[in-house]
Structure formats: C-alpha cells, structure tokens
Design a protein around this ligand. Structure first.
Ligand code: ADP
Ligand code: MG
Length: 880
C-alpha cells in the first residue's frame, strides 16, 4: 500500500529548484505524484511503504537541498477501488490472495467527474429551483444537478472535458437567475449576498405599503391622480413577479411568480378597464368630484404584492437561521497560530501554517490546526468538534484537533493537517454537501410542485367559469375568486418542507459530532430495523493487549514474541500493534523480515533468516500453511481455553510445525452495553460481526449483551452477510471503523462509520460519528427520525393550507360567510411558508436522550393558529 509523504524543503527559490528536486525524486522506484512547492518550501509525494524516509531525504540532498519528511500516512482507499476490491474476491482463499494483490497495485482512481457548488441568487420560490435545475441539466456534460432552494445553492456534477463552470453559470443566467462559484467556507460572501436579498425585500415591502395604504382610504373614490402610483405598484414593486413569469415561460412552465403575476394582473387590468369605461361613459375628469367608481380592485393587486413581499422577507429572514450551524462551524476556525521557528515564536496567519510547523499553545488558547503533541501536557475541550463534553488529556504523541480549546496546560505540537485538510474543514465540507443534498422523500414534493401550478391554473379557470357562466355571478366576483385561487394555491411552502428540515437536522448533528452526509442516509436511518456492529474497534476499544504467550516447541516464549513481532511490525492490524507493543515493552529484539504479506481475515506471513513464518488463525494454519488439522489438535485445548475467556489467539507456525501461541485481549468500551441495550429497547435488532473465531466472539458478545453473532467472517464476506440480511426485507445498518469494513458499510442501507477522526472514515459511510462513543448511534437514529418527522409535518401543513384555502378562495363557502379576498389569500400563503420554516427551526431544540416536546407540539399549535387565521381572514374578507 502506498503512503503519502509530506516534506519540508529548505533552500528553494524558484520553479527550477522544484524541477531539479522532482527529477531527483522520480529516480526512486515506486514514487509518484510528486508535488514540490518552492513558494512555501513544502512537498508532497506518494511512495510505497518499502521506500524509507531516509532514501527520500538523501535524494533531496543529492539535488542540492535540505529536506525532511514531516509526515507519512497511509493513503486512503478510494471507493471505486474498494468496489473493485470487493468484486475481485471470488472464493475465500483465492479471493484473499487476490485481494492482497489488488491492494498492492492500487492507484487512486482518476477523477473525470467534477463537482462544483454554485451560489444562486434571484430565486423567489421553490419552483425557481426546478427551473434552474432544468436549465443546468440541458448543458451537455452535466450528469447531476441538485438545487437547494433553502440554501440557495446548486450542486452540479459535470464532465470537465465537455463543459466549464462559466458555461454552467451562463445556463443559470439564461434561466433568469444569477450564479457564482461557491467556495467552501465562504461564509462572509454568502451572508452578504443573503442580507442584501433580505434588505431588498424589506425596501420593496415598505415602498409597497406606502403606495398601497392610501388606497385603503380611497378605495371607494378613485382619484385620477393616484393612477401613476397604482401603475408603479404593479410594474415596479411587482416587477420581480413578471420577471419570474418571463423566465419560467421561456422554460415552457409556470412557477409561483407566474401565479402572483397572473393574479395581480387580473385585478389590475380589470380595474383599469373599469376605470377607462367610467371615464368614457361619464366623460368627467375622474375623481375630482369624489365620485365613486364601481368595481375597482387596484388595492387588491397592491396589497397582494405587498403581502407576498412581506412573506418573502419573513421567509428569507427565517431561512437564514436554518444555516446557523454551518456559520457556527465556520466561526470555529482559528485566525492565527503561534509558530515556533528557530527558537523564535511568532503569530502567523492561519493560512500560512504548513505541515510540519511547530506550534505553541498556551492555556485557554484555541488549537489552530490538527497535529501531534510534541511536548508538554494539557487537557483539551473538544466538544465543538466531537460533541464530547469531558476534556481530553493530551500527552506527547496524542493527536489534537484544530478549533478545539486548550484548558490549563501548555504544549507544543507539530502541524499534520492544515487548510482544507483539517478535521474542521472536512466537517464543514460534509455538512455543506449534506445540506445541499436531497432526501428521496423530496421527489414526492417535487412531483407535486411540478403538477401543482398547471392544476391550479386549471382550477382557477374552472372557478371563474363556474361562477360567471354557471351561477351567473358578476364578472368582478368571478374574477376575484379566480385571483384568490391562483394566489392561495402556490406550492411554495411545500418546496421548503424538506430542505429546511435537512439543513437544521444535519447542522444539529454536526453540533453533537454526528455527521449525516445527506438526505439519503437520514431517511435510511429512520427505517433501520437491524444494526450490525463490527467487533474490533467498534464494540471493543480496539486496543488489544497481549495476555498470554505459549510455546509449543523447545523455543522459549521470548523467541515466539520476537518472530511474531518482527512480522507484525509490517502490519496495520490492531492485533499486530498489540504484539509489537508487547515486544517493545518486554525489550524483545526484532529482526528484519522480508517477503511480507498480509492475508485479510487470516493473518500475516514473512521470512526471517531464510525461514518463512506464519502468524494467524486456524484458517491461516490449515489453508495457507497447509498443516494438517492434527497439528492443531495437539494445542487445541489450550487455544479453546483462551478463546472462551474472550481472548483472540494467534498461532505462530513454520512451514513444518506450530511454534506457539500468542493471545490478546481487547476489552469492550464502557458505553457499549448501554448503547446496545438502548437500541434493543427501540426494537432494533443488534448483531455483531467479526472475523474472529466463534468462541472469542461469543464471549465478547455476551459481555456486550448481544445475542446475534456472525463470527469467522472474512473481511470481504462481511458485505455478503449484510446482503443476506437485506434479502429478508429489513433495512440494515452497519457500524464499523470504515477501514476494512468499507465494502460492508457501502452494502448496508445505512453505513455508520465510527471515526477516530481518520480520513478513511470520513470517506465511507452515510453517517460519521466523530466521537468514539456507541451511544451516538442511537442519537443519530433519533435525530434522523425527528428530522424525517419534521419533513412529513411540513409537507402535511404545506398541503393542508392549500387544501383548506382553495375551496374558501374559490368562494365555495360563501353561503356560510367564508370568502377569502385575494390579498388576504396572499398573506395566508406567505405565512404558510414562514410557518414551515419555523417548524423546521424547532429541530434546533433537539437534545440527545431527551424528548423535544416543544418541537412535537409546535405543528399542532401552528395548525390551530393558522386555521384560526384563515377563518379570521375569511371573515374580514366578508366585511370588506
Ligand atoms: P475483525 O472482524 O475483528 O476486524 P479481521 O477480519 O481483521 O477481524 O481479522 C480476523 C482474524 O484474522 C483475526 O481475528 C486474526 O485471527 C486474523 N488476523 C487478521 N490479521 C492478522 C494479523 N495481522 N496478525 C494475526 N492475525 C491476523
Ligand atoms: Mg475490524
């Protein structure tokens, strides 16, 4: 497996220095992706494990510069390779061999697909989102588009060889809106844009009010002199609606703007016509005598525009706070770091900190970037990132996370991740992507929205015809019914139902160290009926310790450990670490091993002094070494005894015989039992899956309170087991550390990666739990359920207003005194959007382990409140 190396190089001054070093480094076999940067004296490359850091620094010296390797990390497994990895595995044994080969030859997949975020402006309603989506999809090379009306962002996946970002922006502009490339974390610009939009609505509202209020007083007597004001109201303050209608017409559809434009125009032009006929008829200079002109509805059009704008303003204001969480996260970023260079400590802007810098942290200060503690000691409040409220002790060697707060001690650390690589930056990116994503349930809302507008126009016309032709009502009466229906039926609130809840829900998750990667995992989490936990590192601490060493031959225990540890120092498995650590603790010398090979789910092998040794489980001994089961039998009783106490036993063998045993124990996490029980209480079936043997697995499962155990499962078969469970028709979640569980995480309906902040965990899984606490699995499920609940409530209410409002607006209840004037219909509609957004905001009160009563009661209270508002409006309309 390749490793990523970060370098620091002194003495470079220009581009040619970069070239010289690159040339020298590329001489080393296996080195790839060399990136040298003279500007900041840094470098990056990927190298096979076998290439020592020494070899690399020597090459730099040969080139005439001084370099050091500041960090060496295993490269992430890209998802596509994992898929290939999964597919390659056919029969267990051959599969394992091939898997090793597949792993070794892995190269990061080439990215042909590009993904960008566009910040949008000029949207007035959710159908605008649909228009932009369609506009973007028409661009050739675009494979996926998702426009989030609430976040005012578009996520576009496109083939860079076919189109450009400029072209995408142009496509948005062609649909009648504005777009610019959104930069992750560009909070300031977005906030400004948003606030500008809010201010425009406010200004328009005030102007609208100033222009329409006089109409209230003079609505019976109409002055000629007021006509210009009326025209201004309709075509200047209300210009946005015409513009919106125009852009939707060009896309051959109707949107909400069209509805308002049609509604107000009807009232306006009808009034104008009445006005003109009056002038023609009487020939008088209108209004000077204060006479009454019948059937004039200018004030209806004017107030309708004013109210809808008021609603937009309110909506924009409340919508803004659905993204509070992300703003909060962005606000966590440190501005400067105290960097120590050659004994001089200086404050450096955060963007100039590079990997390898030594950073000094004093008591009470914010830790600027991610890193590893060099010296000193302290405790750190990591709650803002992990959600863990208890401060964490930090000693040399411990990792620290940027944006967390140092308590009382002080320490120095080496920066390992800076800029966009830090944990915080990754979290922000994940939350941003999640908030821009769509939940499958939204497809339902989108479908309704798409049909709603044409259906509404049809209904409105039917209303008009019914009154005017069938019942012989006056033209004015019929037209007002038509207008009211057009206005009340806008599907605006429906479009806000899903995105606002997702934004608040995912933001809330991030606050508790739970990253929900979008609408899809959120929805999946609600449906989960079974959860499969990986054993090592998930249920257990994943820090096994050697407890027993047994020799089966003349060799002493020390020799057994020496051989085993010399092999395991080349492995990344937690079991391997335990053995190496033990050897170190006991000061047992290690030797060079070559021809090393790890066989997933079996063990490791390698040669020392010309002899090949094998260390692994029974399968390893029989299938790989090829020893007979008789050889095992002799030692079987010993192995069993160790296994029954929950220990994992590894067998050391030469090609001829079994040399000895090493047993390790891994304890379960303190919170495992509680978490498992809480899930079972919620009627979720809990399973354990492990590659470990049946007896050890059973012993651990007993401790954890788990009854369903899947043991001796090869890594590549874990996904297969999940698939089998899914075949029974239940939704399955898999919880793992995301490293060798990735295929299983991907196979499950919901993959939950328990992170210790590793990069790989960030890549896989639909939900990431930053803190290593299993109780967060339940919290994630609870939060998802609550968020989905909100979405459903929102959808219900959005439709409820329409269903309640349309018949009243159509004047079907005129007999019992219920009529809805068009302008009040407009106000009711605007309020319905506001109420949907507010309902989502109640999610902010979510607390793990507590019921969010207010949030549960809110929709009912709001439902009652709005029904009353409707009825009051209806009465008001009657009187007017
Ligand atoms: P888990 O499901 O606990 O993550 P794995 O699938 O990684 O387990 O490994 C299953 C079994 O394979 C281990 O219990 C051990 O017996 C054996 N094994 C895997 N890797 C190693 C190794 N590096 N050294 C020794 N034994 C190993
Ligand atoms: Mg594992």
């Amino acid at each position: 497996m390749n490793e990523k190396l970060h370098l620091k190089i002194d003495g470079m001054h220009c581009e040619s220095c970069e070239k010289i070093i690159t040339a020298e480094l590329s001489e080393i076999a296996g080195i790839a992706d060399i990136k040298i940067n003279a500007a900041d004296g840094s470098g990056e490359l990927s190298a096979p494990e076998e290439v020592s850091s020494e070899t690399i620094t020597q090459a730099i010296t040969r080139a005439g510069y001084i370099g050091v390797v500041v960090s060496r990390t295993r490269e992430q497994m890209p998802q596509t390779t994992l898929d290939a990895f999964e597919k390659k595995v056919v029969s267990p044994m051959i599969g394992a061999q091939e898997a090793v080969i597949a792993k070794a030859g892995m190269t990061p997949s080439e990215k042909k697909e590009n993904q960008v975020y566009l910040a949008l402006s000029g949207m007035h309603c959710s159908s605008c989102a649909g228009l932009i989506e369609r506009g973007l999809k028409k661009v050739s090379g675009v494979s996926a588009v998702n426009v989030n009306f609430a976040a005012e962002k578009a996520r576009v996946v496109f083939d860079a060889s076919q189109t450009t970002v400029e072209e995408l922006i142009r496509a948005v502009e062609k649909s009648g809106y504005k777009a610019r490339l959104a930069v992750s974390g560009d909070a300031e610009a977005e906030r400004k844009e948003r606030e500008k939009g809010i201010r425009v609505y406010w200004k328009k509202f005030v102007c609208g009010l100033v222009l329409s209020l006089p109409m209230l007083y003079f609505m019976l007597l109409d002055f000629f002199w007021f006509l210009p004001g009326r025209v201004a109201m309709q075509f200047i303050i209300g210009a946005g609606f015409y513009k919106g209608m125009w852009s939707s017409l060009r896309m051959k559809t109707f949107n909400m703007d069209s509805l308002i434009a049609i509604g107000t125009s009807t009232a306006f032009f009808y009034s104008l016509w009445q006005f003109a006929s009056y002038v023609a008829e009487t020939g008088s200079v209108v209004g000077l005598n204060g006479e009454k002109i019948p059937e004039i509805y200018f004030e209806t059009a004017a107030f309708l525009i004013t109210f809808v704008i008021l609603g937009k303003w309110l909506e924009a204001k409340t919508k803004g706070s659905t993204s509070d969480a992300i703003k909060k996260l962005m606000g966590l970023k440190a501005k400067t770091a105290r960097v120590s260079k050659n004994g001089v400590v200086a404050d450096v802007p955060i963007d100039q900190v590079i990997v390898g810098d030594i950073i000094v942290v004093r008591p009470g200060e914010k830790i600027p970037v991610d890193g590893t503690v060099l010296k000193g000691q302290s405790s750190v409040d990591e709650s803002m990132i992990t959600g863990e409220s208890i401060p964490v002790e930090k000693n040399p060697g411990a990792t620290v996370i940027g944006a967390t707060i140092n308590k009382h001690g002080s320490f120095e650390f080496t920066a390992t991740k800076v800029g966009s690589e830090t944990t915080l930056a990754q979290i922000i990116r994940i939350v941003e992507e999640a908030q821009g994503s769509k939940a499958p349930i939204q497809a339902f809302a989108d479908r309704i929205s798409a049909y709603f507008v044409p259906v509404v126009i049809f209904l409105a016309i039917a209303t008009f015809l019914m009154w005017y032709l069938a019942f012989g009502a006056s033209l004015a009466f019929s037209l007002m019914a038509f207008t009211a229906v057009i206005v009340i039926a806008c599907p605006c609130a429906l479009g806000l139902a899903t995105p606002t809840a997702i934004m608040v829900g995912t933001g809330k998750g991030a606050e508790h160290g739970i990253l929900i990667k979008g609408g899809e995992p959120l929805e999946a989490a609600c449906k989960v009926k079974a959860i499969v936990f990986d054993k090592t590192g998930t249920l257990t601490k994943g820090r096994p310790e050697v407890t027993d060493v047994v020799s089966a031959t003349m060799a002493d225990e020390e020799k057994i450990v020496s051989i085993a540890a010399s092999l395991e120092k080349l492995s990344e498995h937690p079991l391997a670490e335990a053995i190496v650590k033990y050897a170190k603790k006991e000061s047992i010398p290690l030797v060079e091993a070559d021809s090393f090979r790890a066989i997933p789910g079996h063990g490791v092998q390698g040669a020392q002094n010309g002899i090949t040794y094998y260390l692994g489980n029974r399968r390893m001994i029989t299938d790989v070494v090829g020893l007979s089961t008789d050889a095992l039998l002799k030692i079987e009783r010993k192995i069993r005894k160790l296994e029954e106490s929950g220990k994992t036993v590894m067998i050391l063998a030469s090609p001829q015989e079994i040399l000895g045993l090493i047993a390790v124990a891994d304890t379960i996490k303190e919170t495992t039992v509680e978490a498992v029980r809480a899930l079972q209480d919620r009627h979720i079936k809990v399973f354990m899956i492990t590659g470990d043997n049946r007896r050890t697995a059973d012993a651990i499962a007993r401790q954890a309170g788990i009854k369903n155990v899947l043991a001796e499962v090869l890594p590549e078969d874990k996904a297969e087991k999940i698939k089998k469970m899914q075949k029974t028709g239940i939704k399955v979640a898999m919880v793992g550390d995301g490293i060798n569980d990735a295929p299983a995480l991907a196979q499950a309906d919901l993959g939950i990666a328990m992170g210790s902040g590793t990069d790989v965990a960030m890549e896989t899984g639909g939900i990431i739990i930053i803190k290593n606490d299993l109780r967060d699995v339940l919290t994630a499920i609870n939060l998802s359920r609550e968020t989905m609940g909100k979405i459903k409530q929102n959808m219900f209410f959005a439709l409820f207003y329409n269903v309640l409002g349309i018949p009243i607006a159509a004047r079907l209840f005129v007999g019992i005194g219920l009529v809805l004037k068009p302008e009040l219909a407009g106000l009711a509609m605007a309020l319905s959007s506001v109420s949907v957004v507010s309902n989502s905001l109640f999610l902010k009160r979510f607390k793990p382990g507590k019921r969010n009563w207010l949030s549960m009661v809110a929709p009912f209270a709001m439902g009652v409140f709005f029904t009353i508002i409707f009825l009051v409006f209806a009465r008001l309309s009657k009187m007017g």
